[in-house]
Design a protein around this ligand. Structure first.
Ligand code: BGC
Length: 756
């Protein structure tokens, strides 16, 4: 056992060379240590939905083998649970595995926004909505860190694609960063204080994230109060000296001493203040010290319990998109007799697609497939046909598709129900590159169409890490989106199909009809080193709902085997301006005949805002489990920030006020109740200058008064059209025209009086 050390005492005794070494890795996965002062090395490792601790060969893209660890469902599925308590429990289990393997920091979670469904790494990210991603990310971080190990919140920031990820500049206006791309990070930092934040590879508006002082110091630390250390993504440091000056504390992985020498030189020649380096060293030492108690007592790992938890999470993260009535009842859940009379088709039922590729790839402790799970749960040797070949699956990828299709049709003919497992082949979704289309492979869709010709009870079970187009869905009586279910996904699917569990997942990302409908289309993935975030704040449902674009399934959608009623939606406002608050209440009732869980979503709209705001934005949500007939009244407290937009001119959050629409619903397109309140906005005006427009002068209480007096009767003489035309004229232009005998010298005097 290594005794924890005194950070300040160690710092005082370090040489400059040791300081430089401590702020970079010692190899691929370890920080450096200082033996003579009792500072040990610690290990950090991926992340995020399971531990990827490599035994020997080190790499960051999942090529080398890693120790067995529970593969929980990746974030795409976890997010669809909308369940902060469950994420906290998954976090605790991840924390125990991290600790049990003597690792100090698990490199996750990733809370980047799903700007486009094409992003190759969407399976590792939570949502297109920052409030949802932030609250779920915070729950996961708290859970992991409750075990005495750390997390790394990544990839900060505006890293929303894989194409050219190590160089491209995400060109985003500040309001969009503040309202869309930052808040998930901000929520996690404020709610859970991750031990580390990982800066991304990309540039933001031309500056590498690893060298962005505004990002890493002013926003992250000064504004949000982040107390931990900033680590680079692996290889994200371009100029180490500039990075340290910007607020980067730890460069990973090791560079063999090359960049340490640059830091030493920079301090010696006065380019880098040693005090700045000391700050980084202090943070690294503090992290190493903090990890020591848990590392000294790794503790046991309950592999069975974690597998059971992975199964629960996979079930609750699956979304029942469609469940049509065939005959006299919905197709799902299958009754005992229907289950015994079902057939299973699709390679994915026997060879599960359960996680994505790249640095997050976990070596699971075991792996459940749906075919075995269904056979064992029904006690029936259900017929199976592979149906199609799958790229990347050994023994399948070169199989004869027409023979497989013919066999599938024969298997489906006369069967009670067809359980058809479709999905994206693993090579379609990975870290390092993006998808180019939203479609399932043609050989799979051919099987769906052929099978649907001979059987009208086709249940499609989907496995994919990010949205796929579902224009084929008329051929399916039911569609269950399982995302990527982790190592217990196969059993979880059986639980849902057979009704052992009631589906309660809801979409954390919209399923669009076509890639051409998606918000970033035309601006994704950019070119020539630039990605223009031209859609601004309108990402995900903010885009579809504001622009009235039809979608296949809206954000927040998800069916259950029971039904829920919403009543008595009410909202009351208190306070005003920057202290405004709104309390929302709603009563939810389980109106069906079995127990189930519903996620209630609260959206806010600000139709009178001075800037374009999305029609609705998610501000709060809660998941409640209700017995048949049971009702619960829920209360949501919205604060001023929930009512604000980022004012681009004043560069701060602003409550514009006026009519505020509160909507409570079961999805962004299934609003069950609306309440309107009137919020008293803040006085929003900046300092008046000669360049301020007539309208800006008139909106300013002192400016309006001064202008009225200066123009006197001249204003009254102007007709409304003339006034409207002048509204956007800078006052310097008005003065230079000499309107109403008013000149530039007079304007300077007015500016002075306005400031007084
Ligand atoms: C990924 C990170 C990961 C790191 C270490 C990088 O390429 O972007 O998410 O934590 O490698 O494997």
């Amino acid at each position: 056992m290594t005794a924890a050390f005194d950070v300040e005492r160690v710092l005082a005794e370090l040489t400059l060379e040791e300081k430089a070494a401590l702020t970079s890795g010692s190899d691929f996965w370890h920080t450096d240590g200082v033996e003579r002062l009792g500072v040990p090395q610690v290990m950090v490792t991926d992340g995020p939905h399971g531990l990827r601790k490599q035994a020997e060969s080190a790499d960051h893209l999942g090529i080398g083998n890693s120790v067995p660890a529970t593969c929980f469902p990746p974030a795409a599925a976890l997010a669809s649970t909308w369940d902060v308590d469950l994420l906290d429990r998954v976090g605790r289990a991840l924390g125990r595995e991290t600790r049990g393997n003597e690792v100090a920091v698990l490199l996750g979670p990733g809370v980047n926004m799903k700007r486009s469904p094409l992003c190759g790494r969407n399976f590792e990210y939570f949502s297109e909505d920052p409030a949802l991603a932030g609250d779920l990310g915070a729950a996961l971080v708290s859970g992991i860190q409750s075990e005495g190990v750390g997390t790394s919140l990544k990839h900060f920031a505006a890293n929303n694609q894989e194409t050219d990820r190590m160089r491209a500049s995400s060109d985003v206006d500040e309001r969009t960063l503040r309202e869309i791309y930052f808040p998930a990070f901000e929520r996690v930092v404020k709610q859970a204080q991750p031990w580390t934040v990982m800066c991304s590879y990309n540039k933001i508006n031309g500056t590498y994230a690893s060298q962005d002082h505004w990002l890493l110091t002013e926003v992250l630390r000064d504004e949000w109060g982040f107390e931990g250390l900033v680590v680079s993504d692996w290889g994200a440091v371009v100029d180490r000296v500039a990075a340290v000056a910007a607020g980067l504390d730890l460069e990973m992985p090791a560079t063999g001493g090359r960049t340490d020498a640059l830091v030493v030189d920079a301090v010696k020649n006065g380019q880098l203040d040693e005090a700045v380096l000391d700050t980084a060293v202090r943070r690294v030492l503090a992290m190493i010290a903090k990890a020591q108690p848990a590392l000294a007592e790794p503790g046991p790992i309950d592999v069975e319990a974690h597998h059971a938890l992975a199964r629960e999470a996979a079930a609750d993260g699956s979304v029942l998109l469609k469940n049509a009535v065939v005959g006299d009842a919905p197709v799902l859940p299958l009754s005992a007799s229907a289950a015994a009379d079902a057939v299973v088709i699709g390679e994915f039922a026997r060879t599960p697609r359960y996680q994505g590729a790249g640095s997050s790839q976990v070596n699971p402790t075991r792996l459940d497939d749906a075919l075995t799970a269904l056979r064992s749960a029904t006690g029936t040797d259900l017929a199976f046909a592979a149906g199609f070949s799958v790229a990347g699956v050994e023994g399948s990828q070169d199989a004869d598709d027409s023979a497989l299709l013919a066999e599938a049709v024969e298997t489906a003919r006369g069967a009670g129900t067809v359980l058809l497992f479709l999905g994206l082949p693993a090579p379609d979704e990975s870290e390092g590159y993006d998808r180019t289309h939203l479609d399932l492979p043609a050989n799979q869709l051919a099987v769906l169409r052929a099978v649907a010709e001979v059987n009208d009870r086709v249940v499609v079970v989907l496995a994919n890490g990010s949205a796929v187009a579902v224009e084929w869905q008329d051929a399916a009586a039911a569609v269950l989106e399982t995302w990527l279910g982790g190592q217990a996904g196969g059993s979880a699917v059986a639980d849902l199909l057979l009704g052992v569990r009631n589906p309660s997942g809801k979409l954390a990302e919209t399923i669009p009809h076509r890639v051409e409908d998606t918000p970033a289309f035309g601006n994704f993935p950019g070119d020539n080193g630039h990605v223009r975030y031209g859609e601004g704040v309108l990402i995900g449902y903010r885009w579809y709902d504001t622009r009235l674009v039809d979608v296949a399934y809206p954000f927040g959608h998800g069916l259950s085997y029971t039904t829920f009623g919403y009543s008595d939606v009410a909202a009351t406002v208190s306070g005003e301006g920057a202290s405004s608050a709104v309390e929302v209440t709603v009563t939810v009732t389980n109106t069906g005949d079995r127990a189930g869980a519903e996620t209630v979503q609260v959206y806010v709209g600000d139709p009178e805002a001075a800037v374009l705001r999305p029609t609705r934005e998610l501000k709060a949500f809660a998941k409640v489990t209700l017995e048949p007939g049971e009702s619960r009244t829920l209360t949501f407290a919205l604060d001023a920030r929930d009512l604000s937009y980022w004012h681009p001119g004043l560069r701060r959050w602003a409550v514009g006020g006026g009519r505020t629409v509160v909507e409570v619903g079961a999805s962004s397109r299934d609003i069950r109740g609306t309440a309107e309140v009137t919020v008293t906005g803040e006085a929003l005006y900046g300092t008046l200058t000669p360049d301020s427009t007539v309208n800006e002068w008139l909106a300013h209480p002192r400016g309006a008064e001064l202008l009225g007096a200066a123009f006197g009767e001249a204003t009254a003489a102007l007709d409304p059209t003339m006034l409207a035309m002048m509204g956007d004229m800078p006052m310097r232009v008005v003065a230079s025209f000499g309107v109403g005998g008013f000149d530039l010298a007079g304007l300077d005097a007015l500016v002075e009086r306005a400031a007084a």
